[in-house]
Design a protein around this ligand. Sequence first.
Ligand code: ZN
Length: 158
Amino acid sequence: MHLEFFNFFKNMFFRWYQAVAEGNTHNMCSKSPPYKHPETGKVLDDQSLAELFKGPLEKSFAAFFPTLNEQNWEQVLSQKMWSLSDLPYLLKLENMTSYYEKCHYCAKDNCRNNCPVPFDSNLTVLDLLHKLGSEDNVSYFDSGKGKKDVVLNVVFNN
Ligand SMILES: [Zn+2]
C-alpha cells in the first residue's frame, strides 16, 4: 500500500522539484527537496528525478523513503518528529474503534487515531477491511455496514 500510494502521489513531488528549479515556490514548500538517488547518492534535481521516475517504482520510493523497510516500519511511522530527508509524509490508518476497544489494525488499546500503515508488500486494502469486519469495499453502503471503512491519513512534515 505504501508503494501504491506513493505512485498515486509522486507527481506532486515532481511539481515541487520543478517549482524549485523555476524559482517559483510561492504555493509550496520553498525548501529544496533533500532526496538522493538511491544508487548514486547524488542529490536529485528535476531532471534526474524525471529519469528516476521512468524506472521501477521501488527505486523511486527508496529515494523518498530511504530508511523505511519491512522490519522497522512500526517504529519509523510512529515518530512524532522526523527528518524531511527520511520521510516526506507518514501514512496512517484512522482508528475508528470506540474508547474501550482495542485498535482493529494493531490490536493495541492505546492506539487512538495514530496507527501506522504496515510496510508489507502483501497487505491489501481488502485485508484491512476484513480486520474491520467488512466483507468488501462494495458493501460500504449496504445493509448497515456503512460505518466501517478504511480511512487513510497522510501526515506531512511541517
Ligand atoms: Zn492501531
